[in-house]
Design a protein around this ligand. Structure first.
Ligand SMILES: Cc1cc2nc3c(=O)[nH]c(=O)nc-3n(C[C@H](O)[C@H](O)[C@H](O)COP(=O)(O)O)c2cc1C
Length: 248
C-alpha cells in the first residue's frame, strides 16, 4: 500500500481501453469503505462513462482532454439529500440545510475520493483530480441532474495510463509537519523550504516562459489569481445557497 501511495503521480493521458466492470466495482466499494462522519455516508459518487455525458463534462471542466480520453469520470458530491429523505420518512426532523453540514458532507466525499484514487492506482490505473469541479459547480449540477442538498466537490478521471510522468516535487517533510504545536515560519525557514522547488529546471523553464521573476508570481499572477478566486468564491457561495446549504 505504501508503495502505491508514494509512487502516485497524476496521469493526464489515457488509453481508450475500458476499465473491467469487476475492477471498477471493487474500486467503488473501496470508496464506500472510507471513514465517514457518524457512519452517515453523506456523499455520492456519480460514475460517467457515456460519451454524450463525458462531452458535456469535458466542456464544463475547461476542455481538459483527459475528461473525454479517460474511460471513467467520477464526480464526488457532498450529499445530504438521501439522508434528509430518510430522516423525514422516519419521522425524524433533519437539520442539514446549513454550512456545517455541507462541510461535513464535503469531507466525507473527499475521503471516499482518495480511497477510490488509491484503489484505482493499486490496480495499475492512473487518476487525476479535477479542480474545475468547484469552479463550474452549477454546470456540473445541471449535467448530472443533482438535486437540492447535493453539491459536487471533486472529480476523478480514471483509466489505463498512456504516459509515465516523473514524480513531482514536494516540500521537505519538515515544511508540512509540526510537532506538538504550530511553529510559525520566519523568512529563513521559507527560503529553506522553497529552495529546492525554486531551483528545479522546470521552475527555471516556467520563469522564462511566463516572463516572471519568481515562481510565487506564477501562482499569484497566472494560476490562482485574486480576481479569479474572488469571482469563483462568489459563484460557489451562490450555488451552495441554491443547493440548500446556506440557511444558517
Ligand atoms: C483538488 C485537486 C484538483 C486538481 N485539479 C487538477 C486539474 O483540474 N487539472 C489537472 O491537470 N490536475 C489537477 N490536479 C492535479 C495536481 O495538479 C497534482 O496533484 C499536483 O500537481 C501534484 O502532482 P502529482 O499528483 O503528479 O503528484 C488537481 C489535484 C487536486 C488535489
Amino acid at each position: 500500500m505504501l508503495k502505491t501511495i508514494i509512487e502516485h503521480r497524476s496521469i493526464r493521458k489515457y488509453k481508450s481501453e475500458a476499465i473491467p466492470k469487476e475492477m471498477l466495482q471493487k474500486i467503488l466499494y473501496a470508496g464506500s469503505r472510507a471513514s465517514t462522519t457518524g457512519n452517515m455516508q453523506v456523499y455520492s459518487m456519480i460514475v460517467s462513462t457515456q460519451n454524450n455525458l463525458k462531452e458535456k463534462l469535458y466542456a464544463a471542466h475547461f476542455k481538459q482532454n483527459m475528461v473525454t480520453q479517460a474511460p471513467v469520470i467520477i464526480t464526488f458530491c457532498a450529499d445530504f439529500n438521501r439522508f434528509t429523505k430518510w430522516c423525514t420518512l422516519r419521522d425524524a426532523k433533519p437539520g442539514y440545510d446549513n454550512f456545517l453540514s455541507f462541510f461535513t458532507a464535503a469531507i466525507d466525499a473527499l475521503l471516499a475520493a482518495q480511497n477510490v484514487a488509491l484503489a484505482a492506482e493499486s490496480f495499475g490505473l492512473g487518476i487525476c483530480y479535477l479542480g474545475t469541479t468547484t469552479y463550474m459547480a452549477q454546470s456540473i449540477i445541471d449535467i448530472l441532474a443533482l438535486p437540492k442538498y447535493v453539491m459536487p466537490v471533486t472529480t476523478l478521471v480514471l483509466g489505463f495510463p498512456d504516459e509515465s510522468p516523473e514524480l513531482t516535487d514536494r516540500l521537505p517533510l519538515e515544511g508540512v509537519v509540526h510537532y506538538e504545536q504550530y511553529h510559525d515560519y520566519n523568512s529563513d525557514d521559507i527560503d529553506n523550504l522553497y529552495k529546492e522547488k525554486e531551483n528545479l529546471e522546470l521552475t527555471k523553464k516556467l520563469l522564462i516562459e511566463n516572463k516572471k521573476e519568481s515562481l510565487a508570481q506564477i501562482f499569484t499572477d497566472n494560476r490562482y489569481t485574486k480576481k479569479d478566486n474572488e469571482m469563483f468564491s462568489k459563484t460557489l457561495l451562490e450555488v451552495l445557497q441554491k443547493q440548500g446549504f446556506m440557511n444558517f
